[in-house]
Write a protein that binds this ligand. Structure first.
Ligand code: GLA
Length: 354
């Protein structure tokens, strides 16, 4: 399908393709730049890409989400345009020796943007995977995820952690990726088919580059300076207690990092043991910590989470960068449809994603 689209757009066949899923994080939020554990899973929604090389330093991109074709120079800097992700990725892959001097790209995506489901990581990792195929390079999926994060951090200017890129590069639907964001060691844990991990958009769009994500990152950096360590998620109780002397709200930010990391370790264990009640309780506790300690929720999301829990979810929480976007809820498979209908009836702006 994407191959045919490519051919009709560029009048020549594509030479490599990739499909990269979006991700939803089940638990472990804002810990991936603080040395903590995260537990995302892949969605079946994602980004299809088809590419072919050019030799004139130009990049031509067509996305089914936007009108028309965009043409950029490979040497350009970021210009606050959606195609920046592609320019930055090809530039970096070229510097690393596995991209041609220009590219034609067609993209088709089933992922909603601005929903906290890693559409940008799916694009950057997807382009890198297609370039790996085209060049025959031997980069591992982890190598590509690390490069994709550099595109976000250095080219786009978004100070994100490594979770999204690792999740979309490695996770598969039906499996959770239990990832140590410090060492990048990971395990894949099967999700039980007795339960569904529902993703529901609150109707509140958020943009991570709008500044609030960056402020949280800077607050965590201040905690790192105080603690004298980068992996503040792994502070002991005694080390955490020393953060009480810091100006508000830094102690609460630190407490979220420490407790969220510990909850995620316990959630991975609960999932392996199929103890979904324990898993759900950890999701609920995670939401409270995100709402009160990390202050990354908004009233519409809190209301959606509260109703998801009240209507029978085993657990529910905000997911992703925060300040809007989606919730994730663990619901018994047999109850899913009636639960969804009741929840959406209470929240007319919310919509079902997966
Ligand atoms: C965004 C970032 C990730 C991570 C999450 C919050 O998705 O890209 O690196 O920090 O927010 O857990």
């Amino acid at each position: 399908m994407i191959g045919e689209t490519f051919k009709s757009l560029f009048d020549r066949p594509a030479e490599a393709r990739s499909f990269t899923p979006g991700r939803v994080n089940l638990i472990g939020e804002h810990v991936d730049y603080n040395g903590g554990r995260v537990l995302p899973t892949a969605l079946s929604l994602g980004v299809d890409l088809a590419i072919a090389p050019r030799e004139d330093g130009r990049i031509r991109v067509h996305s089914d989400k936007f009108d028309g074709q965009v043409e950029r120079d490979l040497s350009e800097t970021a210009s606050d345009h959606w195609s920046d992700y592609i320019v930055g990725t090809v530039q970096l892959a070229r510097a690393e020796g596995f991209a041609p001097d220009g590219l034609d790209i067609a993209a088709a995506t089933t992922l909603p943007f601005g929903a906290g489901l890693s559409s940008s990581a799916a694009v950057t990792v997807g382009v890198l995977k297609a370039l790996r195929d085209l060049s025959g390079s031997d980069h591992s999926d982890t190598d590509l995820a690390v490069l994709a994060r550099r595109v976000e951090n250095d080219f786009i200017g978004m100070p994100c952690g490594i979770m999204d890129q690792m999740a979309v590069a490695i996770a598969r639907p039906g499996q959770a990726l239990s990832l140590d964001t410090d060492s990048l060691a990971f395990d894949l844990i099967d999700l039980p088919d007795t339960h569904h991990m529902a993703v529901i958009h609150s109707g509140v769009r958020r943009q991570l580059n709008e500044g609030r994500y960056r402020i949280r990152k800077e607050e965590c950096d201040a905690v790192k300076t105080h603690a004298g360590r980068d992996d503040i998620c792994r502070m002991s109780d005694a080390e955490l207690a020393t953060c009480e002397s810091l100006p508000a709200p830094l102690f609460r930010r630190a407490r979220h990092c420490v407790t969220e990391h510990r909850r995620t370790l316990r959630a991975a264990e609960a999932l392996s043991q199929l103890d979904m009640l324990a898993f759900g309780a950890l999701m609920n506790a995670s939401h409270i910590s995100m709402r009160d300690d990390f202050e990354m929720s908004v009233p519409a999301v809190d209301a959606l989470v509260a109703d998801a829990q009240e209507l029978g979810a085993t657990g529910a929480r905000l997911t992703g960068g925060g300040f809007g976007g989606c919730i994730v809820a663990c619901i018994e498979a047999g109850k899913r449809d009636s639960w969804r209908d009741a929840l959406l009836a209470r929240h007319p702006d919310a919509y079902w994603v997966a």
